[in-house]
Design a protein around this ligand. Structure first.
Ligand SMILES: [Zn+2]
Length: 158
């Protein structure tokens, strides 16, 4: 009688599946606005929260949202991490990724944080602290993609 091994084997594999999917009208408006170097959110008619990026429903009230609003091009860091280990497709390390709450919004949006000294030998840079103010910087030729902008500290990097 043959018994299975106690540790299943692993076979190498790779899936490469190009595809397109429908992103809906609110996300479409968000990406269209990026081409104009603007950041759009949506305001809930019941609770007044402004979500960025915009969604077609309020995740607190569970009701449809109809109003798109432009939010500020500055904001505060709500969360940040420094990536020091590369992985397939990653930018050169180290790099920082931050969730930033734009002025006028009640939620945060994620993107790269650039212009910060990421040498962690002396501890975290002050520009990486929670509530540090940042600005959204747009590329000169936006394409309607999230890579059209990134965050940079408002105060000079230390
Ligand atoms: Zn709401």
């Amino acid at each position: 009688m043959t018994h299975p091994t106690t540790v299943p084997a692993r076979l190498p594999g790779e899936w490469r599946i190009p595809y397109q999917y429908t992103i809906g009208t609110f996300a479409s408006a968000f990406f269209d606005a990026l081409r104009e170097q603007r950041i759009l959110g949506c305001r809930c008619g019941q609770c007044g929260r402004v979500a960025v990026p915009p969604k077609s429903f309020c995740e607190f009230c569970f009701i449809p949202v109809e109003e798109l609003v432009e939010v500020g091009k500055e904001g505060v860091i709500e969360a940040v991490t420094v990536v020091t280990a590369p992985f397939a497709g990653s930018p050169p390390v180290p790099y920082a990724v931050a969730y930033v709450r734009p002025d006028g919004a009640t939620s945060a949006i994620c993107n790269y944080l650039q212009g910060v000294d990421l040498d962690l030998e002396d501890g975290l840079n002050e520009a990486l602290r929670i509530e540090a103010r940042v600005k959204m910087v747009f590329r000169d030729d936006p394409e309607g993609r999230v890579t059209d902008f990134w965050f940079e500290p408002l105060s000079p990097a230390q």
